[in-house]
Structure formats: structure tokens, C-alpha cells
Design a protein around this ligand. Structure first.
Ligand SMILES: Nc1ncnc2c1ncn2[C@@H]1O[C@H](COP(=O)(O)OP(=O)(O)OP(=O)(O)O)[C@@H](O)[C@H]1O
Length: 266
């Protein structure tokens, strides 16, 4: 019987799907255009790094993915962002749900002024989980996934502000994981951390990508090269180049990308 040729394992591996498909995305703050006709696919269970000089639109771009940027009243957008095939800008699209499944970790760790435990179970409690045993299970699992459990298991009721910066950032990651997101947006998550804490969070990101899709804004070329699968280089609101990180860093197609990654500007 005839039929389609069997696919090799490598071909099957390459068949990851796009979680986000961004099509002709434009964004303005008042009259100033910050994103210009962006087209990019964010692939499932891969790390996509967003790089580029200060003010090029990196943060704006990732905050558009969970529609957080629209909290700023002067923001206008055009184009489409398909999330699992549905346009997030469509009327009736569930923004609250989007912000649950697309979690965000910020530059500076921002735990709540509550205990370590309460920080992690905050989201699940809001989503109606009341059972104490279930909440404890979620806390343990999330803290383990964020590689923090061993350091905090004996002091879950201590205030989160007593943790180091690196621990606070991993706690914020645990807080995101507790509501079972499928995407993690990270806006320079290690810029406020020392090299050892940075190393731990980078190791954690490599581990997390087995389960989650990650988009990370970074100013560190080394970090982008070390931890990402794909890299997007932005300049003045334009997406100059996007592709496999290895290719971008070894053979950039655009002279401007090359100048940026070799430190000639930015
Ligand atoms: N709330 C705002 N109101 C008006 N303009 C803004 C606002 N936020 C950002 N912008 C402008 O949009 C452009 C892109 O800013 P954005 O913060 O996205 O850049 P970035 O690449 O993340 O910069 P950085 O690396 O310095 O964090 C800049 O010109 C910035 O001044």
C-alpha cells in the first residue's frame, strides 16, 4: 500500500509547534512606534532569547505576549498574535486566562510581603484551591521545580523578604509555576543577581524548558548563547534577525546583528 514516507526521528523532533505566531505586529506608545511589523514564531518547549540595545523594544515585545503592555493607556497595537492558534487581540479572548497560562518573571525579584509558602500558593488559592494538603503539595512541587525546595523547606513560614536576591527570584519562578503556566516570560531575570545566583537561575531555565516554553529578554550575549535555542535581535523596534541561536552567533546574516553581538555597538 502506498502512503507517506516514514519520518526520521530527527524530522519528528523538529516538528515542534509554534505556541505563539506573531504576525505583522505593530505597537505605538501614543505617536511613537515601538514595534514595527514583527513576524516571529515562538516554538514549544524551547528558549527564545530577545536581544538588542536599550530601548529597542524587547520588554515591550514580551509584555505584548500576555497583553500586559495594554495596561498603559496610550498603547495601540495592530497585527495578530496567535496563541495556540487564537488571536489574543480578538474581542472575547480571555485575557485573565492568558495571564495565567503565560506567566511573567521580572527583572527585580518581586515577592509579596508574605511567607515563602503564601507566595507560592497565592495563585492556586485565587483559583479556588482550598484544601491544605493539596496546597502544600503544590508548594512543594513548585519549589522543587524552581530548585529552591532544599533551601527553604524548613522555613516555609518565614517572610520571603528574608531570602537572598537569587532565592527571591527562584521563589518568583516557583510562584509562576504553581499556576501551571505553559509559557514563562522572563524580563532580564538575572540582571539583579550575582554570578553564582545567575548561574543557578540559568541552570534552572535549561531544566524548565523540558516542560515550558520560555521567552527571555537579556542584555548578556553570553547568557543568550548559553541558554537559548532561538534568538531574536531587535533594533529600534524592528526585528532585524531571528533564527537558531547557534547560527545567529556563529554566522549572523545581517551586519547589524554581527556588530551588536561582537560588542561594536549597543
Ligand atoms: N510606558 C511607556 N510610555 C511611552 N514610551 C515607552 C513606554 N515604555 C517604553 N517606551 C518606549 O518604547 C521603546 C522601547 O522600550 P522598551 O522598554 O521596550 O525597550 P527595551 O529594549 O526593553 O529597553 P531596555 O533594554 O533599556 O530595558 C523606547 O523608546 C521607550 O522609550
Amino acid at each position: 500500500m502506498g502512503g507517506l514516507p516514514l519520518k526520521t526521528i530527527n524530522e519528528l523532533k523538529d516538528e515542534k509547534k509554534a505556541i505563539f505566531s506573531i504576525k505583522n505586529l505593530n505597537l505605538w506608545y501614543g505617536n511613537d512606534q515601538a514595534l514595527k511589523n514583527i513576524n516571529i514564531d515562538i516554538m514549544e518547549k524551547e528558549v527564545t532569547a530577545i536581544i538588542g540595545p536599550s530601548g529597542c523594544g524587547k520588554s515591550t515585545f514580551i509584555k505584548t505576549l500576555n497583553r500586559m503592555v495594554e495596561m498603559i493607556p496610550i498603547v495601540k497595537t495592530s497585527g495578530e498574535i496567535l496563541y495556540h492558534g487564537k488571536n489574543i487581540f480578538d474581542k472575547g479572548f480571555g485575557v485573565e486566562e492568558l495571564r495565567t497560562t503565560v506567566g511573567m518573571v521580572f527583572q527585580k525579584p518581586n515577592p509579596f510581603p508574605k511567607s515563602i509558602y503564601e507566595n507560592v500558593v497565592y495563585g492556586p488559592k485565587i483559583h479556588g484551591i482550598k484544601d491544605k494538603r493539596k496546597l502544600m503539595e503544590i508548594a512543594e512541587e513548585s519549589l522543587k521545580s524552581a530548585a529552591l525546595w532544599d533551601e527553604v523547606k524548613d522555613r516555609l513560614n518565614d517572610n520571603a523578604y528574608g531570602l537572598s536576591g537569587g532565592q527571591q527570584q527562584r521563589l518568583c519562578i516557583a510562584r509562576c509555576l504553581a499556576i501551571q503556566p505553559d509559557v514563562l516570560l522572563m524580563d532580564e531575570p538575572t540582571s539583579a543577581l550575582d554570578p553564582i545566583a545567575t548561574h543557578r537561575v540559568e541552570g534552572l531555565i535549561e531544566e524548565l524548558k523540558n516542560h515550558y516554553t520560555i521567552v527571555i529578554v537579556t542584555h548578556s550575549m553570553h547568557q543568550a548563547a548559553r541558554i537559548s535555542d532561538n534568538t531574536a535581535f531587535f533594533l529600534s523596534g524592528d526585528l532585524i534577525e531571528f533564527g537558531k541561536t547557534q547560527a545567529i552567533f556563529s554566522k549572523p546574516r545581517d551586519k547589524r546583528t554581527e556588530d551588536y553581538i561582537t560588542g561594536r555597538f549597543g
